[in-house]
Design a protein around this ligand. Sequence first.
Ligand code: G6P
Length: 617
Amino acid sequence: MCGITGYIGFRDAYPIIINGLRRLEYRGYDSAGIVLYNEGKLNLVKTKGKVSDLESKVANSIETGGTLGMGHTRWATHGIPNDINSHPHVSQSGNIVMVHNGIIENYDTLKKELVNRGYTFQSDTDTEVLVNLIEEVQKQNDVKLGKAVQIALNEVVGAYAIAVFDQRKPDEIVVARLGSPLAIGIGKDQLEYFVASDASPFIEYTKDAIYLEDEEMAVIRLGRKVKIRKIKDDSLVDANVHELKLNLEQIEKGGYEHFMLKEIYQQPSAITDTYRGRLLREEAIIKMAGVEDNMKRFLNADRIIIVACGTSWHAGLVAEYIFEDLARIPVEVEYASEFRYRNPIITEKDVVIAISQSGETADTLAAIKLAKSKGAFVFGICNVVGSSIARETHAGAYTHAGPEIGVASTKAFTTQITLLTLIALRLARAKGTISSSDFRQHMLELEMIPKKVEQALKSDEHIQKVAAVFKGATNFLYLGRGYNFPVALEGALKLKEISYIHAEGYPAAEMKHGPIALIDENMPIVVIATNKGHYDKVVSNIQEIKSRKGKIIAIVTEGDETVKDIADYAIEIPETEESLTPLLTTIPLQLLSYHIAVMRGCNVDQPRNLAKAVTVE
Ligand code: G6P
């Protein structure tokens, strides 16, 4: 969703901000803007479209000097994506300027009050309301900017990360957060400061960063240490300075045409990083501190409730099969957005597992808070270290997949499944629901998965050819059974997200209850037909499709000749344990979507309307 970046210091602000905006592009956005302060003047440019459009507009319209500035990428909530609704927004007097990520829910009431006081508005945004509210508070109370921001925010209902400055006081930026992330980069000797939605815009300048917590704010002033305060009562909070582990290489494409492709190819190493130090095969031990420390809660659980959104929800569905199969614990998998609003029955004996790549998804965060309020134990599975969900949960484990920048999730999915498998195996061992030899066998197989993913990636060229055949299709069906039913859902989601082709995932046997009516000679159907599980049943489903002239793209275990004979195209994956097949069957589906999207000329890394982290509900 929206991205914020800002700079105050001694360097030219423009290149830092524009590069920062480029690095935040992955979050998803539809317009962009920048403000620079230079010699008593604000230079502001905003535009619908991409950061590259902003750069062209800047080149034709303003001086880019100045050592103070802010930039923004906007994902529209209130008001369509256009130049006027883009951020930054300036108060009526022209003095206070602000960028905002989030939603001010009571903006309409606040706006009416401001209109009564003589304010007029240029845009349809809630942000312009907030910046004018800050101005009005300052006028009424004759206070400094920091205090005015604080008073204004106490009148606001909603979620936000904001950065604000006043051109009459160009040595400070005020920042605040509730529900949307905000990081402060600390320059040497406090001679410069950076502000951003995540640390990626400033990693080449500093490794020291403070992540604001919810309901916190800070006045960042040059030459002074940052003090963090509670928005509600002004109390001082200890500022935790984190040492950033992120490096430039991790957030660059590294020779790949797209981040998505890089991330697909990173899966062997990402999966290894997920189980490294946790899967100790020689000792026949799986250990994760977050699980060990809370083993009693897990073992006494009546059930596990998994909450997540999007691709993470699909990983949750795979986990349902794994936990029930291996550890014999009942599992319910919930869309966080539904769970939080349907008065669910949650008890103190429930364990809730929240899965989130970004750790910032608003609905997942709200579901966690609800579960905690009912006394459940909440365990988080996140990729982004220090994210809101990682902090909000009682315990958890990181996937260690490294930054995922392509909006369509790939390595996050397979590493989440890897981690969930480790947890299921650990619990199964503790509960005695898996024999020692099966346990060892699963560990061995899991350890071999990265090599097998590498092998699966070798089908890339063949998959490109299949993609070329079907790139013009208007619909796709994805079928799978058992462990691979969620993979069918994920395959369909990938295709929809990046190629804009309508696709549906279905349990193969359910095809007869509806989707079969769609099948004709124009319908491509991807069928996951590995030799484990319900192989014979899936073969029958394939025959049923064939009789109706559907075009079959089958994902098969290497050496399978039966399905190969019937299918129009077959893509092989190596053999493994049934519970681990999703880690392999996913790979060709990712590549197929990727190539189709590229061939259709789609923006693979930043698909239209989508955001990497959905920080509004
Ligand atoms: C967005 C992203 C998806 C992601 C989902 C959940 O829709 O585009 O790729 O799966 O959010 O995100 P999370 O960060 O919570 O896993």
